[in-house]
Design a protein around this ligand. Structure first.
Ligand code: MG
Ligand code: MG
Length: 254
């Protein structure tokens, strides 16, 4: 699972570097599939319940499961890219929300707080804690900022299959639900809306959007529970230090 996690983590990092105004989400999808196959993996999403692509590309008010298309990313957009691979029979699943060019501060703050929610959730992935602790950690941090916590979609166990038990909701109460044991592996994935939590599915049968049209952020890591604490299988070491394209451009232009 470490190998699958590292492959998909590396793919997502490369996709993040490609994100810029003018690129289409289909170009990102094609690049993802090529990198996954070059790495010896199989795109976990492609063909999953008929999903036709290797990534989910969800722009602005799209929450999750967006279809890659010929849509060009615009300056000021945010895009959630969710990617999964199967490598040697095991699945890695990870997502990031990436700003495109210069994004308004309110939306950047939404992404930042969603990442904080993920970090707080991961802190709860410890032996003896409960699944409800994970959801509680996300919910109380997001709601303290006035954001809507999506309830219609949840994180999940992950292993030989992408979606395994238990479900990992982004809401809950401490000390409730399943007790966490060493060896469990979870895909922890807060989906946080700037406005209200309500969502709907578009006519394509997949793309989930916010009901109020406000933007949504989504970040995900595959996390293994060990006796020593949570291990982030999809985190690439040194990732935090790697400047994104828009940071590079800002640095160059200033
Ligand atoms: Mg995912
Ligand atoms: Mg997932």
């Amino acid at each position: 699972m470490r190998a699958a996690g590292q492959l998909v983590g590396q793919v997502l990092l490369e996709l993040k570097r490609m994100v810029a105004p003018g690129i289409t989400t289909l170009e990102l999808d094609m690049a993802a599939e090529r990198m996954i196959r070059d790495g010896g993996g199989i795109p976990a999403f492609k063909g999953y319940h008929g999903f036709p692509f290797s990534i989910c590309a969800s722009v602005n008010d799209e929450v999750v499961h967006g279809f890659p298309s010929n849509r060009k990313l615009n300056d000021g957009d945010i895009i959630s890219i969710d990617c999964g691979v199967v490598l040697n029979g095991f699945v890695g699943d990870t997502a990031k929300t990436i700003p495109v060019g210069r994004v308004r501060a309110e939306w950047l703050r939404l992404i930042e707080v969603t990442e904080e929610c993920l970090a707080r959730a991961i802190e709860q992935c410890r032996v003896g804690r409960h699944v409800g602790d994970i959801g509680w950690a996300v919910q109380q941090h997001a709601e303290a900022h006035g954001y809507g916590v999506v309830r219609d979609y949840v994180g999940h166990g992950v292993g030989r299959k992408m979606h395994e038990d238990p479900q990992i909701p982004n809401y809950g109460r401490p000390g409730t639900k399943e007790k966490i044991r060493a060896g469990y592996v979870f895909a922890v994935e807060p989906m946080i809306n700037l406005g209200t939590e309500a969502t709907k599915v578009l006519a394509d049968g997949w793309t989930v959007v916010t009901l109020d049209g406000q933007p949504s952020a989504h970040v995900e890591h595959t996390v293994a529970v060990t006796e020593e604490g949570p291990e982030l299988l999809t985190l690439i070491t040194g990732e935090a230090e790697a400047p994104s394209q828009e940071q590079t451009e800002l640095a160059t232009s200033s």
